[in-house]
Ligand binder design. Structure first.
Ligand SMILES: [Zn+2]
Ligand SMILES: [Zn+2]
Length: 300
């Protein structure tokens, strides 16, 4: 009897995981095909790029560099806006994301690392780990510094709010712009598919690639205990996060490109926020690791 109850509960968990992750994941991928229905406009492409950069920096600048590693500080309003943008990317709430990422740094490419290509192969490292039960819990003991902010706990709990707001905002905005400025050639469904659906899928795979590709292919400029790599393709697509070997060698820096030519868009944004007085205490690349020019201008 107890065994039967256990099997039923395990079945329920499998179904629950399917409904919570796999079904929406596949559905959003399939929805990309609607691009053949809604068509193309340069305006939609421009909006898609802007939304990609905003949500991308929410993940790279805020979820990752600020929340996971305290690479720079901001006031609470900027912190909330960054967290909102990150949450709108549909990659989990800030507390969940950061808790798992900190665990990745503690156990990188060893048993316990949920997304290591070395431990469980490329497919599991890329997205398979998300389909597992072990990905579910939000380990609050890993994020006491974030859990003390009620607004971040709220975003974590109601993560569908920024996601839905982005989708609805783009749809309604597209209808309005299409009618008021017909020269744009756009409309609501077109902005929804390009700037939300396709955008979400691309950003998913680019973020996943930091976990999979950047622990498999690329150059190793620094000796670290894991297999992290610097990969310039992911460096460009993931707005600077592809300099992953640099990052594992010294995780607390606000800049991940340790050479001048290692373009780091996220760092440019953080430096701009600093110039505007919206970010401060940027953690520089230590002099012993800085491989750029002698000037420290680019390091923090
Ligand atoms: Zn890593
Ligand atoms: Zn990190």
């Amino acid at each position: 009897m107890a065994e039967l109850a256990q099997v039923e509960s395990s079945d329920k968990q499998t179904i629950g995981r399917f409904l919570k992750f796999s079904l929406p994941f596949v559905a959003v991928h399939l929805a990309c095909l609607l691009v053949f229905v809604v068509g193309f406009s340069w305006f939609a492409i421009a909006v898609t790029v802007v939304v990609y950069l905003l949500r991308g920096v929410g993940i790279t600048g805020f979820y990752h560099r600020k929340f996971s590693h305290h690479a720079f500080k901001t006031g609470r309003t900027v912190q909330f806006i960054g967290a909102w943008l990150g949450t709108s990317a549909a990659q989990g709430g800030p507390l969940w994301w950061v808790a798992h990422h900190r665990k990745h740094h503690h156990t990188s490419d060893e048993q316990g690392d949920l997304h290591s290509p070395k431990v469980e192969g490329l497919k599991v490292a890329h997205y398979g780990w998300l389909t597992r039960e072990s990905a579910d819990p939000c380990h609050l003991d890993q994020v006491p510094d974030l859990a003390k902010f009620p607004e971040l706990r709220w975003l974590d709990k109601f993560q569908w709010v920024p996601i839905l707001a982005t989708a609805v905002g783009l749809f309604i905005g597209g209808i309005f712009i299409g009618r008021a400025f017909s020269w744009t050639g756009t409309n609501g469904p077109q902005l929804l598919i390009w700037a939300f659906v396709i955008n979400t899928v691309v950003l998913w795979h680019v973020t996943f690639a930091v976990n999979s590709v950047c622990h498999k292919w690329g150059t190793r400029e620094h000796q670290t205990t894991d297999d992290s790599r610097n990969n310039w393709v992911i460096g460009l697509l993931a707005l600077g996060e592809g300099w992953h070997n640099n990052h594992h060698s010294f995780p607390g820096t606000s800049r991940h490109g340790f050479r001048r030519r290692q373009l780091d868009f996220t760092h440019l944004v953080i430096r701009t926020l600093k110039k505007l007085g919206l970010a401060y205490d940027l953690h520089p690349v230590p002099a012993r690791l800085w491989l750029g020019s002698k000037s420290s201008r680019w390091t923090n």
